[in-house]
Write a protein that binds this ligand. Sequence first.
Ligand code: PGA
Length: 253
Amino acid sequence: MKRTPLMAANWKMNGTQAESKKILEALLPQIQENKNVEVVICPPFTALALVAEILTGTGVKLGGQNMYFEAKGAFTGEISAGMLKELNCEYVILGHSERRTHFKETDELVNKKVLAALKNKIKPIICVGESLAQREKNETDNLVTAQVKAALNFVAEDDLLNVVFAYEPIWAIGTGKTCEADEANRVIKLIRQTVAGLYKKDLAEKMRILYGGSVKTDTIDEQMAQSDIDGGLVGGASLLANDFARIVNFKKL
Ligand code: PGA
């Protein structure tokens, strides 16, 4: 099954407008010729408008890092799917482990956000993954399966291919410790099987599932050589234009 690779840059809480511009000026000339890989930049909210403007006409897509599920109202500090859509966001990262951990986001909340994103024609990149303690207790498979099922509650079959999952083992995020490529592939296959159990099998085969967690220039080629890894959700390395360009332009092994 041929799936278009997707590389998403998660800048997290990094990037003033000036810094964002600088990264993109160095990055874009290095990746624009590559038509085989879909690229999404997810800057902080405050840089979205500027980044949207810089990306116009480049083919590189824009994404938010979070959103609230309500359309509008008294939710101080939150922003809605409609607001992201207005800025040309095609994607939004949802349920990142940093949001689950620091901001107590539950599976139920993530699911509400997924439904709100899809309703507004924004493609959610849903993050799932276990902590080190959960891995050591052999809870990885059960946890990831439960996170996937919860995130997809009430998601219509027609919408499934607008959903992207990212398997991000928490112990590999920002630590420099990458999950072995074959182990990441095993968990990603499990995610695909879980989706196949809920929807038509061919849809699960077409759905894209990314790996995230210390993706680097020297890990990406092996990761992309795996049967089921369709791209990367890249944090630290996506702030370095040359590194992220190398990740986008990964080499086929
Ligand atoms: P990292 O972050 O590449 O810095 O580990 C990945 C992520 O949190 O999405």
